[in-house]
Each structure stands twice: as C-alpha cells, then as structure tokens.
Design a protein around this ligand. Structure first.
Ligand code: IPM
Ligand code: MG
Length: 356
C-alpha cells in the first residue's frame, strides 16, 4: 500500500524546495517500506499564466483525490509583479485562500522553534532567547475577516470579521489537544476590549477549556501579545487565535527565531486531510538558483507524515536528520553566519538524505 500526495509547487522558489523535498520523501518511503505517488497541480501565479485563474478546478480535484497536499509557495515579487491585480480573486494568493476553503483546512499549525545550532540567528538578545524558543501558533484558517462578507464601491469598502460557535470550538479543541502534548498552556489572543466577535470568541474558548482542566488558559489582547512575544517569548506555549491575528503573530513568532527558512506549517481539515507548506514565501529573486533553503519544506513533509499519513516514525527520522545536518555545520546562505561555508538547495537535500 502507498499514499498519493498532491504536489503544488507554485511560484518562485516553490519548485526548488519541493523538488528537493520529494527526493527526501522517496528515500524515507523506501526505508519505511512504502511508496508515494505524486500528482502535480497548478496553483498561484503559474496557474494564472497557464490557465487564467489562480486555482484551476483540476487542481482542486487532484487535491481531493490525494491523501495530503505538499505546497511550495505562491505569489510574485512584493511591490510589483505581473500578477498584481486590482481584482483580489485573480491574484496568486487567491489560489491559496481557495484551496484552504475547498479542503476545509481550518486549523493552521505554525511551530516557531529555535534549533540549538542556530541560537545566534534570533534578532532578540541572547538573554531573552535563553536556551531556545518553542511556540506553537494555532491559527484559525477558513473563517474570520478573510472569508467574511466583503464589498467595495467608489465611496467605501468593507470586510467582515465573523465567527460562529462551531468555528471557534473546533479550533479551540485543536489548541487544547496540542497543549496537552506540550507544556499545557494556551494563550488565546483576541481584541475583546473592542470587538464583539472577540468577546464571543473568548466565551467559547472558556467553554471548551472546561474539558481540559489540566491546561492553563490565559487571554491576551492582540496588541499586547505582539509586544509580549518580543519582550518574553518564553511565556508562550500554544497561542490560539483567529485568521488575521494569527497571520500577523505567526510572522512575528517566525521572525524571532531568526530563521524563517526553517519553519514548517500544517493546515488541517477534520479527519486526516492536510496541506503542508513552508512558512516562508516565494522569494522570486532567488528562484531557480539552487540557493533557497529547503529545510522548511522538508520539515513540512515530516508534519505531513505525522498528521496525514500516519507515519510518525518516518517523521521523526526526517526531523532527526535535519537536526543532524545542522549540528554537522551544513548551512544554506540564509542561515549562515558571515564567512561560514554554505551549501545549495540540492546539496542540503543530499546531506539530509545521507543522515536519514
Ligand atoms: C500566510 C500568507 C497568506 C495569508 C497570504 C499569502 C494569502 O500570508 O499564509 O500567512 O494571509 O494567509
Ligand atoms: Mg502570512
């Protein structure tokens, strides 16, 4: 028996890092006595170029028929690309938002971790970083202001932030379950001093928390959370929040690790379906040059093995191999210190395969 994986390489460095990851997956599959079948689909800017839309129907079909989705990146250069479009539904990013909705990927897990070998990379003072940072951001991904009613006319425009009890409940459960396996602390982030939707969010979170008496629950306003993340990141274990606050805070949490090229993410539906992608973007300036760091995507594939394919031992193997190459001093340019020798995308993939 094997598994089928939908592969959406997307734009920029997407193909570089996904190709490299497939090499690692094939080796892991062989070692664990299974095979993966890959079904490629178009998404993002490349899909616009080839089909006129960022998320062709074929791609949705391919994903729905597969056991999991591996995604590279979507989008063009910030501040000017041929895909910039005043109609938001025709931008590359709409492909990503569309596939999240189509597959019901409501739970976005974004671990922000510092590897001991890369401790110095954090832009925070070493006194604040201490022995490392390990935060899990659990972001609601298919609701809130991203998907509420929207409207634009000549005189005004609006978006709506709306959450149903069901939507808050299910993301709350994901956060509390994750906390049970970690340090048993959940910080729910909202803007309950201003927004009705946040006061509602808070009430539902408190309701769900009664099922998890072992987990400590704290509430924090989003502006304060943005500050506390920098002031004392160690106070956080699991952060649970809505779609837009989670978008912002997960970038901030990623940055304080100092190595966004290392961070993986999982977007999960009810059941086992999931989409796995690096936290970093498409970095079009370095696309196709064999310099992008493939580790975030490789670690995302480990999350895929763990959450969607039921292969936790294989996931452990990948994560250990990554830790090992870092200890051995392998560095792509983004994580190298001045003067340190660097390897390219392909070489990094080969090194990880060697230590599997
Ligand atoms: C992310 C990205 C997306 C988002 C964009 C590309 C639509 O910033 O995955 O965090 O806002 O969700
Ligand atoms: Mg974002």
């Amino acid at each position: 028996m094997g598994y089928s994986i939908a592969v959406l390489k997307g734009d920029g460095i997407g193909p570089d890092v996904v190709d490299c990851t497939i090499g690692v997956l094939n080796k892991v599959a062989a070692e664990h006595g299974t095979v993966f079948e890959y079904n490629e689909g178009l998404i993002g800017g490349i899909a616009i170029d080839e089909t006129g839309v960022p998320l062709p129907g074929d791609t949705i079909e391919i994903c729905k028929k597969s056991d999991a989705v591996l995604l590279g990146a979507v989008g063009g250069a910030v501040g000017g690309s041929r895909w910039d479009n005043p109609d938001g539904s025709l931008r590359p990013e709409a492909g990503l938002l569309g596939i999240r909705k189509e597959l019901g990927l409501f739970a976005n897990l974004r671990p922000a971790v510092i590897y001991p070998a890369l401790k110095d990379a954090s832009p925070l003072r070493s006194g604040i970083v201490g022995d490392g940072i390990d935060i899990l951001v659990v972001r609601e991904l298919t609701g809130g202001i991203y998907f509420g009613e929207k409207f634009t006319c000549d005189d005004y425009a609006y978006d709506t932030m709306k959450y149903s009890a069901m939507e808050v409940e299910r993301i709350a459960r994901v956060a509390f379950e994750a906390a049970m396996k970690r340090n048993k602390k959940v910080t729910s982030v909202d803007k309950a001093n201003v927004l009705d939707v946040s006061r509602f969010w808070r009430k539902i979170i408190i309701d769900v928390s009664r099922e998890y008496p072992e987990v400590e629950l704290l509430h924090m306003y989003v502006d304060n959370a943005a500050m506390q993340l920098i002031k004392d990141p160690h106070q956080f274990d699991v952060i649970v929040t809505g779609n837009m606050f989670g978008d912002i805070l997960s970038d901030e949490a990623a940055m304080i690790t100092g190595s966004i090229g290392m961070l993986a993410s999982a977007s999960l539906a009810e059941g086992t379906m999931g989409l796995f992608e690096p936290v970093h973007g498409s970095a079009p300036d370095i696309a196709g040059k064999d310099i992008a760091n493939p580790i975030a995507t490789i670690l995302s594939s480990a999350m895929m093995l763990r959450y969607s394919l039921g292969m936790p031992a294989a996931a452990d193997d990948i994560e250990k191999a990554v830790a090992r190459v870092l200890e051995e001093g392998y560095r792509t340019a983004d994580i190298a210190k001045k003067g340190e020798r660097t390897v390219g995308t392909v070489q990094m993939g080969e090194a990880i395969k060697k230590f599997l």
